[in-house]
Design a protein around this ligand. Structure first.
Ligand SMILES: [Zn+2]
Length: 298
């Protein structure tokens, strides 16, 4: 039974043991250095508001973070960026496009914010060949159903480019968090290839319902099932039963480097689900490689 890698040093051999030539991580983060240090400062202070500590595990220079991913066998990844205010997304998109040009394992990604220029810079990103979008409803504190985004969702749906949507209430509630709010966007754009970040944490059951209802909706594994998250927002007891029916709609995501535990810890959580006979190694190969590779068009 696949129990997962003991620690980061054992990830490579574990992955090879599954018959994979590497991992595809659809949800991790690279940002301009100054912004990243602000994100880390946010996690340093999170205890004041949430009551739990969040010691960022991989607080290292960019070059070291890239070497670590390589050592884990991450062959391809989507470096996700996101704005918290207007006037920022287009600049981030320029930064991440340049990042993807200099880092072979990174696919080009883009983001957006409800603002009048969004339609044009999102179209420009699609023409530039981005392979994944990120929408952060919690950090951006915007309504994903905002009229300024209607055409944006439409363009992304038409292009068939996946969009990772952090619409859930974790780690803190926002004015427009909650899967019901995002479900309205899906009803209006049912062809959208949407990846529900963190499997909708804490609304896991509702996230599975959306996957069952919309054929192009997926879940990412980011922070899901790790001991840190289980203490705060435990998975429903029938989680692996639910996964059985949607096993080809789950993709690896990790939130590297901003996690308070090791990369191997996330892989162990996923491997733990696969001990359910109905899932097994086939499920692991789909989640860790095949399904995210398909979505990123690799
Ligand atoms: Zn994230």
């Amino acid at each position: 039974m696949p129990l997962g890698p003991e620690d980061d040093e054992h990830i490579g051999s574990w992955v090879r043991g599954l018959g994979l030539d590497g991992l595809v991580d659809l949800h991790l983060h690279f940002l301009p250095e100054r912004m990243l240090s602000k994100v880390w400062a946010y996690f340093d202070r999170i205890q004041e508001r949430t009551g739990y500590e969040w010691p960022v595990r991989y607080r290292r220079p960019e070059s070291e973070r890239l070497s670590l991913l390589e050592s884990f066998g991450v062959r391809h990844f989507a470096p996700l960026v996101y704005p918290h205010k207007p006037g920022m997304a287009e600049w981030l998109n320029g930064w991440v496009l340049e990042f993807a040009e200099r880092v072979p394992a990174a696919v080009p990604t883009a983001t957006f914010y409800p603002e009048p220029s969004a339609v044009s810079y999102v179209d420009k990103s699609i023409r530039a060949g981005v392979r994944c979008f990120k929408a952060h409803v919690q950090v951006g504190a915007y309504d994903p159903g905002d009229a300024l985004l209607d055409e944006v969702w439409g363009s992304i749906a038409d292009a068939g480019v996946p969009v990772v949507v952090h619409a859930g209430h974790g780690p803190e509630r926002g004015p427009f968090t909650g899967l019901d709010v995002f479900a309205a966007v899906l009803r209006r754009h049912p062809r959208l290839v949407a990846v529900l970040a963190h499997s909708g944490m804490p609304e896991y059951a509702k996230a599975v319902e959306l996957v069952e209802r919309f054929p192009r909706v997926y879940l990412d594994t980011t922070m899901v099932g790790v001991p840190f998250a289980e203490k705060i927002t435990p998975l429903p007891p029938d989680w692996t039963d639910r996964l059985g029916a949607i096993a080809d709609r789950v993709v690896l995501g990790t939130d590297f480097p901003n996690i308070p535990y090791s990369y191997a810890t996330q892989l162990r959580a996923i491997a733990g689900w696969a001990t359910d006979d109905r899932l097994g190694d086939e499920f692991l190969r789909a989640v860790l490689h095949d399904t995210p590779a398909k979505l990123l068009n690799l």
